[in-house]
Design a protein around this ligand. Structure first.
Ligand SMILES: [Zn+2]
Length: 394
C-alpha cells in the first residue's frame, strides 16, 4: 500500500483516550477523543447538557487555543478531578500537537489546544447537548471568504446613527428594551422558584410605561410576553427598527448565595475577569442556531458594537450610578465581557443585571412590585442622564 494512503488511513482512525465510559452527571466532562482528517482535526468532548464553553482565546508563541468549560468537572479514572488536576493528551498531527486539561476551579475546566500551525481557523459547536465539538482547520478557504463578504454587506445595511449627531435632534429617539430569556429558557431561578424571565419582563414593561411618557421617545420591547427569542434575533430586531439605544435586562446568579448587588455590562471581545466571564457564559445560553461559521460572524459583529464602544460605556456608567442609588443594592460597577446579545447592536448597547436572584434576600426584593418600580426608575434616570449629556434632551 502506498505510504501516503496508509498514513491517511491511520489519521482517519478514531482515537479514544482513557476516560471511563459512564452516564455523566453533575457537570462532569468524560471522554475526550479526536479525529484527524487531511483538512482538519476534530476534538469531541463528552459533557452534560448544563456545561457550556466560554469564548475561546487565541494565544501565540507558541500558538494555542484556550477554552474554559463551565460548569465542568473532569471525570478521571479515580473519579471527579480535584482543583489543580492536569492531564495531557498527545495528538501530534498536522494541526494539533496536544490537548491539555486543567481543573482550574471547582467548576471550571480549562482546555488548552497546542497547535502545530500558526495560521488556522477554528469552530466550536455544541449542537448536541452532550458533546462539544472543536474543529481546527488550516488557513481560511474560499467559502469563509464569501461568508465574510456576506456579513460585511449585512453590517452595511444596518443603521449607523450616531446619537450625538445634530440631525438626530428633534427626531424620535428609539429605545429598545430587551427582557432576557423567555419561553423554555427561565434564566436564573431563585431558591423560592422566582424566575429571571418573569422578573425582567415585569421590569421592562414598567420601564416601557415610564419611557412612553417621555417626549420624543419611542419604546420597543423585543418580547412582551413569555416567548423565546434567540439572542442574535434580539439585536437583529433592534437594528431593523433603527433603534438608537439597546438595553438588555437580566437578573444575576452566582454559585455563592451571598453574591449581591447590581452591575452593568458592555460588550468586549474578552471578559475583564473570571466573574464577568461567568456572567457572560450564563447569559450567552442557550447557544445560537448553527449553520454558518460562528467565530467569523462573532468577530465581525464585535466590530459593529465596537463602533459604539465609548457611547455604550457612557450609557452603562449613567445607568449603573442611578440603578445602584435607586435600588439601594451594592454597586458592583460597570464591567466588560463578551455578550452574544450585545455584539450585533448597531447602536449603544448595555446589559443590566438588576440584582442576584440566587441571593434569597435579593430574590425576595425582586418579587415585589415597588422594588421593581424602583429598578425601572433607576434605569430611566440613568438613561435620562445619558441623553442629557449628549444633549438629546434638556
Ligand atoms: Zn439573564
Amino acid at each position: 500500500m502506498d505510504k501516503a494512503i496508509r498514513v491517511l488511513l491511520f489519521l482517519f482512525c478514531f482515537l479514544l483516550c482513557a476516560y471511563p465510559t459512564k452516564a455523566l452527571q453533575n457537570y462532569e466532562v468524560g471522554n475526550i477523543r479526536y479525529k484527524s482528517f487531511s483538512t482538519h482535526t476534530q476534538i469531541i468532548i463528552e459533557k452534560t447538557a448544563q456545561t457550556d464553553c466560554l469564548p475561546a482565546r487565541e494565544l501565540t508563541s507558541p500558538p494555542r487555543l484556550l477554552i474554559n468549560l463551565f460548569p465542568a468537572v473532569l471525570l478521571t479514572l479515580q473519579g471527579r478531578a480535584e482543583v489543580g488536576y492536569e492531564k495531557e493528551i498527545a495528538v501530534g498531527d498536522s494541526f494539533i500537537q496536544a490537548v491539555r486539561l486543567k481543573q482550574e476551579h471547582e467548576s471550571v475546566l480549562q482546555v488548552v489546544i497546542d497547535l502545530s500551525i500558526t495560521e488556522y481557523t477554528y469552530n466550536i459547536s455544541s449542537e448536541e447537548p452532550d458533546s462539544l465539538v472543536i474543529d481546527i482547520r488550516g488557513p481560511r478557504d474560499a467559502s469563509d471568504k464569501d461568508l465574510v463578504v456576506d456579513l460585511l454587506k449585512k453590517i452595511e445595511l444596518s443603521p449607523s446613527i450616531s446619537p450625538a449627531s445634530p440631525e438626530q435632534k428633534g427626531k424620535v429617539f428609539k429605545i429598545v428594551l430587551d427582557p432576557g430569556h423567555g419561553g423554555d429558557d427561565p434564566g436564573a431561578v431563585g431558591t423560592s422558584g422566582l424566575k429571571e424571565k418573569d422578573v425582567v419582563l415585569a421590569v421592562a414593561k414598567e420601564l416601557a410605561s415610564l419611557l412612553e411618557k417621555e417626549p420624543g421617545i419611542e419604546v420597543h420591547l423585543t418580547r412582551d410576553d413569555n416567548s423565546f427569542l434567540y439572542l442574535y434575533r434580539r439585536t437583529e430586531m433592534a437594528n431593523q427598527i433603527g433603534g438608537n439605544i439597546f438595553i438588555s435586562i437580566h437578573a444575576n446568579a452566582a454559585p455563592s448565595r451571598g453574591a449581591t448587588g447590581v452591575e452593568t455590562f458592555v460588550n468586549s471581545m474578552y471578559a475583564e475577569d473570571k466573574e464577568a466571564a461567568l456572567v457572560a457564559a450564563r447569559e450567552n445560553r442557550p447557544a445560537e442556531p448553527k449553520g454558518i461559521s460562528r467565530e467569523a460572524e462573532a468577530l465581525l459583529w464585535d466590530m459593529v458594537q465596537n463602533k459604539y464602544k465609548s457611547e455604550s460605556n457612557d450609557l452603562a456608567h449613567s445607568i449603573q450610578k442611578r440603578l445602584s442609588e435607586a435600588s439601594g443594592l451594592e454597586d458592583r460597577g460597570v464591567k466588560k465581557a463578551p455578550f452574544s446579545v450585545l455584539r450585533g447592536a448597531a447602536m449603544p448597547a448595555v446589559l443590566v443585571e438588576i440584582g442576584f436572584i440566587s441571593n434569597p434576600w435579593e430574590e425576595s426584593k425582586l418579587k415585589k412590585d415597588d422594588f421593581r418600580k424602583k429598578i425601572a426608575q433607576g434605569i430611566l434616570d440613568g438613561l435620562r442622564d445619558y441623553l442629557k449629556k449628549i444633549e438629546l434632551i434638556t
